[in-house]
Design a binder for this molecule. Structure first.
Ligand code: ADP
Length: 672
C-alpha cells in the first residue's frame, strides 16, 4: 500500500532529468555514479566523462578541505542544506553554487554515498553585490536620497537626508513627504507626483525645503519614478542636493558685480564733475543709498578766496535744518575721531558707545535731532595724505551697516578725494587764467595809448627831418608798426576772452581783398614770390578788416616759417555756398603733435627756431575770426615739406554765428 504511494521509477527519472538544479551522486570513495543533464550543463562535461570521475575534481582546491569535512558529517548521516560554496567547471572556471548534500543509504540504512543538488547562483550573487554597493552609495551620499510611494509616504531615508533635513530615518519612514515642504510650495508636490505617474523624471528643479528646525534650505531636486518588476510605477525616488552654499556664492557674486557696477558708475560720474558742491552731493546721495542709511552727510574742509578755512557740507535723506543747530562736526567726540586720522568708525549702536553724549551742550541726541543708532563714519583723505573731509551715515535701527558698506564707502571716499583735488586744481587754474586775462587786458590797453601818440610823433618827424636821417625814422616807424601789431594781437585776445571782439559785416568782393592784401605783403616782404590762383569775383558777407587780418597772418606765417624757400601759393575758389582759400608754403612744416595745438593761444611749436619771433597768438585769433564768420580752418602739413592752411567761409552770414559766442565760452572752460 505504502509502495503504491511512491512515484514509479519512470516518474522519478523524468523529474531527475528535467530538474533545473544539477544533481550528482557519488559513493564513499567520491566516485560519481549519477548525474542529470543540468549537471552536465553546469560542469560543461557530458555524462560519460563525468561518471566514474572523482567528485573532488569538481571542487576547487581552495574549498576542498572544507568540503571533505562537510562530507564527513554527511557520512555520519547529516544532511547539509543550502550551503554557499564554489564549484569548478571543466574549463577550471569557478562559479558560486547553493548546495544541498544528502546521504544515500542502502536498504539497511547504512550510508553508502551522497547526493549533491546544486544551483548556480552567479547571477544572484552579482545582483546581491550590486545591491550592497548601491546601498553603500546611497547611504554614504552627501545628497539626500529619499523614496516615497505615489501617495507621498516616505519609504527610505539615507544618511544624506539626515544631514540635510535634520530628521533621523526612524522619524520619517511612514510620514508624508510634506513635512519637508514649505506651506506656500505644497502645490509643487502635486506637480511632481503628476509627472512621476506619467513616467516622467523631474530634473534639477531648484526649490526650497524645510529643515527639521524650520529653517529654509535651497535645494536642487531630481525625482524619478520607481517601477516594480512588471514595470508598474509604484513610487518615486528623489535626490535632493543642498545648494544653499552655491546659492549664497551666486548671490555674493551677483552682489559683488552690482557693487562694482555702482562703484564704476559713481566713480565715473564724480570724476567727470569739476565743481565741488555737485561732487559732494553726488557722493553723499550715492553712498547714502548704497549703505541703506536713513541719512548721510559729507563734510568737506576747504579754503575760501581769502585763504580762510571753512567747511562745506552736503546732506542726503535729511533736511539742512536737522544739522543746523548741531555745530560743525569737528566739535563732537564721535566726529573728532574721523577728522583726527583714527580711521573708519562703524558702530552698531552709537547710543551705547562711551564716546557718545559727552559733548556739551547736547549730551546725547539733541532735541529734534536725527535719531542715529547705527553709525558709520569714513574719513576722506587726499592724495597728499591730509584728511580733507568725512562721510557720515546714520540709521535709527541698530546694526544696519556691514563690512561691505564700509568697503564701498571707503572706495568711493578715495575716488571723491581725487575728484575734489581735481576740482580744487580746476578752480585754481581758472582763477589764474582769469588773472592772466585781466593782466593782458590791462597791459594791452595801457600800452596802446603811448604807442598811438608815439606813432603820431614819428609820422610828424618823418615829414620834418632832413633826408639823411629819414631812413632812421622810417625804420623806427616800421618797428613801431610791428610793436603795434603785437599789441593789437594782445588787445584782440583780451577782447575774445571777454566776448567783446566786435565784427562789422558788409558785402564785398573777397578776391579783391586778397589781391590788395597780397600786394601790400609783396611790398613789405621781398624774400618770397607769392602766387595767387584766383577764380574771379567772389562776393561775400563778412568783416573786411578782420578777414584782411586773417590773410596777413596766414601769408606772413607762410613766409616766416619757410626761410629756406621762396615760393608761396595762394588760391581761392568758390562753390555755391562757400569760399575756400588755401595758403601753401614749402617750409619747415608742422609735426602731428603740434598740429592739434597750434590754434590754441600762446602755443608755438616746440621745434621752431627761436630766432623766428612770435607770441603764438595769430592762429588763435585767425580761428576765432573764421569761426565767427561761420567758417572752418585747418592745416595739412608734413615736416620739412611745407604746410597748407585752408579755410572756408560761407558766402552768406549764417544764423548759427550768433550761437558761436556761447559755444566759445564753453570751450574756454573745457580747455583749461
Ligand atoms: P606765432 O607765429 O606768433 O608763433 P601763430 O599763432 O601764428 O603764432 O602760430 C602758432 C605756431 O604755429 C607757430 O609758432 C608755428 O610753430 C606754427 N606755424 C604757424 N604757421 C606755420 C607755417 N606756415 N609753417 C610751420 N609752422 C607754422
Amino acid at each position: 500500500m505504502k509502495n503504491n504511494l511512491l512515484p514509479d521509477l519512470f516518474t522519478l527519472t523524468a523529474i531527475f532529468e528535467g530538474m533545473e538544479d544539477a544533481v550528482l551522486s557519488h559513493d564513499l570513495d567520491y566516485i560519481i555514479l549519477n548525474c542529470n543533464p543540468a549537471a552536465e550543463k553546469m560542469f560543461g562535461c557530458p555524462a560519460p566523462v563525468l561518471l566514474g570521475q572523482n567528485i573532488l575534481t569538481l571542487i576547487p582546491e581552495s574549498v576542498r578541505q572544507e568540503q571533505l569535512a562537510i562530507l564527513e558529517r554527511v557520512w555520519s548521516g547529516e544532511r547539509i542544506n543550502h550551503l554557499y560554496t564554489v564549484r569548478s567547471s571543466k574549463l577550471q572556471i569557478d562559479f558560486p553554487v547553493s548546495l544541498t548534500i544528502s546521504p544515500i543509504r542502502d536498504e539497511q540504512g547504512e550510508v553508502i554515498g551522497a547526493s549533491h543538488i546544486m544551483r548556480d547562483v552567479t547571477h544572484e550573487k552579482e545582483t546581491e553585490e550590486k545591491r550592497g554597493m548601491l546601498a553603500a552609495i546611497v547611504e554614504n551620499s552627501d545628497d539626500a536620497i529619499i523614496s516615497k510611494t505615489l501617495n507621498g509616504i516616505i519609504t527610505t531615508w539615507n544618511g544624506g537626508a539626515e544631514k540635510i533635513f535634520g530628521y533621523q530615518e526612524r522619524e520619517t519612514i511612514g510620514k508624508h513627504i510634506s513635512i519637508l515642504i514649505p506651506r506656500d510650495r505644497l502645490s509643487e508636490e502635486d506637480v511632481i507626483i503628476e509627472n512621476i505617474r506619467n513616467g516622467n523624471k523631474v530634473d534639477h528643479f531648484q526649490t526650497v525645503r524645510l529643515h527639521k528646525n524650520g529653517s529654509a534650505i535651497d535645494i536642487s531636486l531630481t525625482v524619478s519614478p520607481v517601477k516594480d518588476r512588471h514595470g508598474t510605477i509604484i513610487g518615486a525616488s528623489k535626490i535632493a542636493r543642498d545648494i544653499t552654499a552655491a546659492k549664497k556664492a551666486e548671490t555674493a557674486i551677483r552682489h559683488q558685480a552690482a557693487k562694482l557696477k555702482i562703484l564704476n558708475t559713481i566713480g565715473k560720474a564724480i570724476s567727470e564733475k569739476l565743481d565741488t558742491e555737485s561732487i559732494l552731493q553726488k557722493v553723499t546721495d550715492a553712498t547714502t543709498q548704497i549703505t541703506g542709511a536713513a541719512f548721510g552727510a559729507f563734510f568737506y574742509n576747504t579754503i575760501n578766496q581769502d585763504g580762510e578755512a571753512y567747511m562745506l557740507y552736503s546732506l542726503s535723506g535729511a533736511p539742512k535744518e536737522a544739522f543746523e543747530n548741531f555745530g560743525m562736526p569737528r566739535n563732537t567726540a564721535v566726529f573728532h575721531r574721523t577728522f583726527s586720522g583714527e580711521g573708519v568708525l562703524r558702530v552698531d549702536d552709537i547710543t551705547k558707545d562711551p564716546r557718545y553724549g559727552r559733548n556739551a551742550p547736547h549730551f546725547g541726541m539733541p532735541e529734534g535731532h536725527l535719531p542715529v543708532v547705527s553709525y558709520l563714519a569714513v574719513p576722506v583723505i587726499s592724495s597728499s595724505g591730509n584728511i580733507i573731509g568725512g562721510l557720515f551715515f546714520g540709521h535709527p535701527e541698530a546694526g544696519v551697516f556691514m563690512q561691505e558698506h564700509e568697503d564701498i564707502v571707503v572706495s568711493l571716499a578715495s575716488q571723491a578725494a581725487v575728484a575734489l583735488d581735481n576740482s580744487r586744481l580746476f578752480t585754481e587754474v581758472k582763477e589764474l587764467s582769469q588773472k592772466k586775462d585781466e593782466f593782458i587786458a590791462l597791459a594791452s590797453h595801457e600800452l596802446k595809448t603811448p604807442l598811438t601818440s608815439m606813432s603820431g610823433f614819428l609820422q610828424l618827424l618823418e615829414r620834418k627831418v632832413i633826408d639823411v636821417n629819414r631812413p632812421f625814422v622810417a625804420k623806427a616807424i616800421t618797428q613801431l608798426k610791428k610793436l603795434n601789431a603785437l599789441i593789437n594781437d594782445l588787445f584782440d585776445i583780451s577782447k575774445i576772452q571777454s566776448g567783446k571782439l566786435q565784427f562789422y559785416f558788409e558785402e564785398f568782393d573777397f578776391t579783391g581783398l586778397i589781391k590788395e592784401n597780397l600786394e601790400a605783403i609783396r611790398e613789405a616782404y621781398t624774400s618770397h614770390e607769392i602766387y595767387f590762383d584766383e577764380s574771379g569775383e567772389m562776393i561775400l558777407e563778412g568783416d573786411k578788416m578782420r578777414l584782411d587780418q586773417v590773410l596777413t597772418n596766414l601769408v606772413t606765417n607762410a613766409i616766416k616759417y619757410s626761410p629756406e624757400s621762396d615760393r608761396i601759393e595762394v588760391s581761392a575758389k568758390r562753390s555755391e555756398t562757400e569760399i575756400q582759400v588755401s595758403v601753401k608754403d614749402y617750409g619747415m612744416g608742422i609735426n602731428e603733435e603740434n598740429i592739434s595745438h597750434i590754434f590754441s593761444q600762446f602755443y608755438r611749436a616746440k621745434d621752431v627756431n627761436r630766432s623766428i619771433t612770435g607770441l603764438g597768438l595769430g592762429l588763435y585769433i585767425t580761428k576765432e575770426i573764421i569761426e565767427r564768420h561761420g567758417g572752418r580752418i585747418w592745416v595739412e602739413s608734413e615736416p620739412r615739406m611745407g604746410s597748407t592752411f585752408f579755410f572756408v567761409l560761407p558766402l552768406k552770414k549764417r544764423s548759427s554765428v550768433n550761437g558761436h559766442l556761447q559755444k566759445k565760452e564753453e570751450e574756454k572752460v573745457l580747455k583749461l
